[in-house]
Each structure stands twice: as structure tokens, then as C-alpha cells.
Design a protein around this ligand. Structure first.
Ligand SMILES: [Zn+2]
Length: 410
């Protein structure tokens, strides 16, 4: 009698339930065009996710095999974007970036623009990193990594940020050793003096930590050639298309990219956009792009003074380069696999089987769009990248048009 009841129940379950035995995936992204530069993929493919990891990337995965299916037709399916230049050590202090109001809250800006990883560009130093870690990094859903400022208190403005006695190699190294998963390198910038000491100390930290140096080129008193000469392969130069104190450093008088900059690139130094509020000019970027001097990464320099200016967000910067002639896979590479390599996190920035399921579904819109630089100049283009849906670790974090939502019926 008991056996009969058991088999009857199984029979009823089989008829009433969807075919659960066939559902081996949590989420299936179906019908999109996968663009995964690390793996040399740019073609229509389906992507299946299980337990927060990429489980299968192939054509025609059966929708019956997944508990949830996203219709990605007409969309790009990219690895989650990585922004290597942000200022997200937000807090209540007025007038400064470190723990202050000049920084912005990461989750407010990340997923809605396809970003799953943000790298803070040295807003904190060894004194303030523990506070940044507790109050922002651990409290955010965005994956946040950080360059550590050689200035102990981080970006607190003049005069504290330029105080040589607060730039301590050992203390900075100790914090980097304490947080090896989160701190990806050392940063120097926002120093207006004539001493080489801050730069040399930051470089020394980077060398000892075996991590890259991130140079914000706010070192106006130091000769560019010497800076580039001291930098090592793998170090990162940001504000590539910017002007510091009206110094249009990237090009010579004839509009050609400076030989020293070309040499630095040959040597293996990376060039980040670092758009920010004042560090991106079409008059530099357009000629540079025409000479194939493309950025390695699309860092935004996100903060309170860039977010509502010409910068807007990383997809807007990517759209600028797309419209200036950079091809689409190269633009995506500069927002995914390149930055992952630059911060020595090769586990990120691609859709390999077993990788963390960070995925950005992006629409390439056609129309007439205006793009604004830091000088107030406009470039018109016919393509605009827009974030439709963002997944981090298999979880949907942003869904512009309700791709994952149930249809409403009254
Ligand atoms: Zn910055």
C-alpha cells in the first residue's frame, strides 16, 4: 500500500511540475551576440550560468535546461565592465575626496552602466584605507578594488595630501600586505611640488609589492619624459587625453603623438582614459586615435564633478571612442579584459567556463547623439552604448527594460 502511494505521488509530481530534471542551469542568456575579447569571441552565442559561474557558452542551448531565460536578441553580451579609475570613498566630510562628499557611492553608478568592478584610484592612503574598507567596500554590492595612495591620509586636498612626511613606504606596504585581494597597486597624483620624493616612494612601494603604479598626471612640475622613463612595463598612466595646467602633453606642435609617449607605450606602460571633469579633450583624443593611439582602458575618473559633466559614465566614454573609429571589440576589450590584466586580476573580465558570472547586456543604439568633452566641445556620432541588464555573480543587478520581469496583466 505504501509503495503504491509513493509511486502515485511521483507520477502526480511528474505531471504537475515542469521538467525540473532537465534544468541544469539557473540562468540562460539566449540569442545575444557574445563579445568576449579575451577568448576571441564576437558572434551570436548563448550563455548559461549556474551557481554564480559561467557554465556554458555555445550556440543553441535548449531553453528547457534553465530555470530562467533572458531574451538577449539584438544585444551584446559582454563580460561585466571594469572601471579602473573611480573615486568612491564616499563619506560625510565636506570639501575632500577621502571619506568625503567629493567621492560618490559605487552602487549608485556601477550596475546601471554595465560595471561590476570598480577600482578606486587612491582616494585612500594607509591611514584611511581601513575606514574605506569597512564603510564602503564591504558595504557595497559592486566589487571594489583599490590603488593605495602614497599620501597616508589619501585625497584630503592641499596641504595634507602633499605633506612629504606623511608618505611612508613601510606603512603603505603593510596595508597592501594586509589586504592583498583588494589593493591592486600604489598611486601617486595630485602633487604639485617639485620634489621627486612622492613619485619615487610610490614607485618603490609598487616595486616591493610587485603591483602596478597608477600615476594621475597631476605632477605638473616634473618633466614628462623623466616620469615615463622611470615607469615600468605594467604601470598605468591616466588622464591620457587631458591637459594639465594647459599643457597639452600628448601631442607635439604638429599634432603628432610625442615620440616619448609612443616609446612608453612600446615599453609596456598602459594608458587609461581617466576622463574626469577636466581631463578629456577631443582635440587630443581625435588626432591620437587617428594615429592608432588608443587607450588601453576606459577609466572614468568618476567623482562628484565628472558625473554630471561631459564624462557622464563609462559607456558614454566608450561610445566616444566607438564614434571616433575604434572598433567595437576593441572598445569592449578596453573595458573588460585589458583592465583585468592591468590590475593583475585575470580571473575577471571574460566569460570563460568557470569564471565569475559578471555579465553586461549592452544595446548599441543608432541615431544622432552628441558627446561632450571637458572643454565643452561636442562631437556628433551615430552610435550610443546603453546598459540593458547587468549581472554580478549570477545575480541580476540592473534591468532597464524589464527583460527578467514578469509581464503585467490587469
Ligand atoms: Zn582620479
Amino acid at each position: 500500500m505504501f509503495e503504491l502511494l509513493k509511486y502515485s505521488l511521483i507520477l502526480v509530481w511528474c505531471f504537475l511540475s515542469p521538467p525540473m530534471w532537465a534544468q541544469q542551469y539557473d540562468l540562460l542568456i539566449k540569442g545575444g551576440t557574445v563579445v568576449d575579447p579575451k577568448n576571441n569571441i564576437f558572434e551570436p552565442l548563448d550563455v548559461a550560468i549556474l551557481e554564480g559561474k559561467i557554465q556554458e557558452v555555445s550556440s543553441q542551448i535548449d531553453p528547457q535546461t534553465a530555470r530562467q531565460v533572458l531574451d538577449a536578441r539584438g544585444l551584446l553580451v559582454s563580460p561585466g565592465l571594469i572601471d579602473v579609475h573611480t573615486h568612491v570613498f564616499v563619506g560625510g566630510r565636506e570639501g575632500i575626496f577621502a571619506g568625503g562628499f567629493y567621492s560618490v557611492s559605487p552602487d549608485d553608478f556601477s550596475f546601471r552602466t554595465g560595471i561590476t568592478t570598480m577600482v578606486d584610484a587612491g582616494t585612500s592612503g594607509w591611514r584611511s584605507f581601513p575606514e574605506f574598507k569597512t564603510k564602503v567596500i564591504d558595504a557595497s554590492q559592486t566589487r571594489i578594488l583599490a590603488f593605495l595612495n602614497i599620501a597616508g591620509a589619501g585625497m584630503i586636498g592641499k596641504p595634507g595630501e602633499e605633506e612629504l612626511s606623511d608618505m611612508e613606504i613601510e606603512a603603505t606596504l603593510n596595508i597592501i600586505k594586509q589586504y592583498p585581494q583588494t589593493i591592486v597597486g600604489a598611486k601617486i597624483g595630485h602633487y604639485t611640488g617639485e620634489s621627486w620624493e612622492p613619485f619615487d616612494k610610490a614607485l618603490d612601494v609598487a616595486r616591493q609589492a610587485k603591483k602596478p603604479l597608477f600615476l594621475e598626471c597631476h605632477l605638473p612640475q616634473l618633466p614628462l619624459d623623466q616620469l615615463l622613463d622611470k615607469m615600468r612595463p605594467g604601470d598605468i598612466f591616466t588622464h591620457t587625453y587631458g591637459a594639465v595646467d594647459d599643457r597639452l602633453w600628448l601631442l607635439d606642435a604638429n599634432g603628432q603623438v610625442l615620440p616619448s609617449v609612443q616609446d612608453a607605450r612600446e615599453k609596456g606602460i598602459y594608458f587609461d582614459v581617466g576622463h574626469g571633469g577636466g581631463s578629456f579633450h577631443f582635440k587630443l583624443a581625435q588626432p591620437a586615435v587617428q594615429q592608432n593611439f588608443y587607450p588601453h582602458s576606459m577609466g572614468t575618473d568618476l567623482h562628484r564633478f565628472s558625473m554630471n559633466a561631459g564624462m557622464k559614465n563609462m559607456l558614454n566614454i566608450m561610445s566616444k571612442f566607438l564614434n571616433m573609429g575604434m572598433d567595437l571589440p576593441a572598445v569592449i576589450e578596453a573595458a573588460t579584459w585589458n583592465p583585468a590584466r592591468m590590475i593583475l586580476r585575470e580571473d575577471l573580465g571574460h566569460l570563460s567556463i568557470g569564471a565569475e558570472a559578471d555579465v553586461a547586456l549592452i544595446r548599441v543604439r543608432s541615431g544622432e547623439f552628441g558627446f561632450v568633452d571637458a572643454g565643452g566641445y561636442k562631437l556628433t556620432g551615430d552610435k550610443l552604448l546603453q546598459s540593458e541588464l547587468t549581472i554580478k555573480g549570477g545575480k541580476i543587478m540592473w534591468d532597464l527594460n524589464g527583460l527578467a520581469a514578469k509581464p503585467f496583466k490587469n
